[in-house]
Write a protein that binds this ligand. Structure first.
Ligand SMILES: N[C@@H](CCC(=O)N[C@@H](CS)C(=O)NCC(=O)O)C(=O)O
Length: 202
C-alpha cells in the first residue's frame, strides 16, 4: 500500500509530496479539512495529537512532523539520493539546514502566520508580527550568506532545499522575502521551477 499523505494545500505537506515526486516514490494524497473544528476532532487528533498538518501513514505506521517524514522517506526510498552520506561533514551541514528550516526560520514565520491570519481577530497581537519579522529577517540573512558561493545550501541540490523551500514559501506569504535577500530570492525562484515543487503546491 502506498504512503498516504494527509494534505492541505499550501501547508507543510508540500515538503513530503515534493520529495516523493523527486524520488518517484508512489503516494496517495488524502485531502483534509483545515478548519479548527476538524483539526480539534478526535479523528484528526488520533493522527496528529497537536491538531497540526501534515500527517502520514505507511503500512500500519502513522506519523506527524514534516521533517521527520522527509528523513524517513529518504532512508526508506532514497538509496543515497538527495542527502550526503551519514557521518560526513556534508551530512552535518545537510542536517543543520534541515533543522534550521523548520526549527529556526519557520518558527518566527509561524508566529507571524498565527497573528496575521489564523487566530481569531480579537486574539491577534501586532507586536508578535513585528517581533516575528525581526527574527525571520536574521534567519534570511543567514540563508543569503550561505548562498554566496553556491546555488543550493550544499554544493548539490538535496532534500535540505526541500525543507528550506517550504519555509521560504511561508516567508514569501508573510512578505519578508524581499529584495534585501537577492540570493535567497534567486534560490527560491530556482526551487519553484522544479516540477516536484510545482506539483506539490498546485
Ligand atoms: N513542525 C511541524 C509544524 C506543523 C504545522 O505548524 N503545521 C501548520 C500548517 S503548515 C498547522 O497545522 N498550523 C495550524 C496550527 O498551528 O494551529 C511540522 O513540520 O509538521
Amino acid at each position: 500500500m502506498a504512503i498516504q499523505i494527509f494534505h492541505v494545500k499550501g501547508t507543510r505537506s508540500v515538503r513530503v509530496i515534493w520529495l516523493c515526486e523527486e524520488l518517484s516514490v508512489p503516494y496517495e494524497i488524502v485531502p483534509i479539512d483545515f478548519s479548527a473544528d476538524y483539526r480539534n476532532s478526535d479523528e484528526w487528533r488520533a493522527m496528529s495529537p497537536t491538531g497540526k498538518v501534515p500527517a502520514m501513514t505507511d503500512g500500519g505506521m502513522t506519523m506527524f512532523e514534516s521533517g521527520a517524514m522527509v528523513q524517513y522517506i529518504l532512508e526508506k526510498h532514497g538509496q543515497g539520493r538527495l542527502q550526503p552520506e551519514p557521518g560526513t561533514a556534508d551530512r552535518a551541514i545537510f542536517l543543520q539546514w534541515c533543522w534550521f528550516a523548520e526549527a529556526t526560520l519557520a518558527r518566527p514565520l509561524g508566529d507571524m502566520v498565527h497573528h496575521l491570519f489564523l487566530k481569531p481577530e480579537a486574539e491577534r497581537l501586532p507586536e508578535m508580527v513585528v517581533d516575528g519579522e525581526k527574527r525571520a529577517r536574521v534567519c534570511l540573512e543567514a540563508v543569503n550568506s550561505a548562498l554566496q558561493d553556491q546555488d543550493y545550501l550544499l554544493p548539490e541540490y538535496t532534500a535540505a532545499d526541500i525543507m528550506m523551500g517550504y519555509s521560504l514559501l511561508l516567508a514569501a506569504r508573510v512578505e519578508v522575502l524581499d529584495n534585501e535577500y537577492p540570493l535567497v530570492q534567486a534560490y527560491f525562484e530556482k526551487l519553484q521551477a522544479r516540477p516536484g515543487y510545482q506539483l506539490a503546491t498546485a
